[in-house]
Design a protein around this ligand. Structure first.
Ligand code: DGP
Length: 116
């Protein structure tokens, strides 16, 4: 389930600290250490999966759970009315730095489109 050396597995296992905003059996959400917006939360599965392109059919429920958790957290952080963005980077061209699947929940400012 966990991968040695993975920073997000270490956060999920409470081996290194993070500002946790939500947790259940499958999912952990915590503040991004380099926030790009007033609200910047990372939502991860506790199970180690490196990237979106590694998902299989059996991960459908888990991925859906990440999005529902993001919606609930957005409500709690009071950004649902102003709006928010959910970002999921896959691989190098998208800027994925940490190879453990994570949603970025970004809110509290206006975002541009197309993204950079
Ligand atoms: P990505 O580029 O999509 O792989 O985003 C990785 C994000 O993870 C980036 O916004 C910074 C954040 N991050 C990296 N290391 C840590 C950490 O140790 N703690 C926390 N809270 N966030 C981290």
């Amino acid at each position: 389930m966990s991968k040695a050396g993975c920073i997000f597995c270490k956060i999920a296992n409470k081996e290194i600290p993070a500002k946790i905003v939500f947790e259940n059996n499958q999912i952990l959400a915590f503040e991004d250490v380099r926030p790009q917006a007033p609200t910047h939360i990372l939502i991860i599965p506790k199970q180690h999966i490196e990237k979106i392109s590694d998902l299989t059919e059996s991960d459908t429920g888990m991925i859906g759970g990440l999005i529902v958790a993001a919606k609930d957290i957005a409500n709690k952080q009071a950004v649902e009315k102003s709006g928010y963005r959910i970002v999921l980077n896959c691989n190098k061209d998208a800027g994925q730095e940490v190879f453990h699947i994570h949603l970025h929940l970004l809110g509290g400012r206006k975002f541009t489109w197309p993204p950079g």
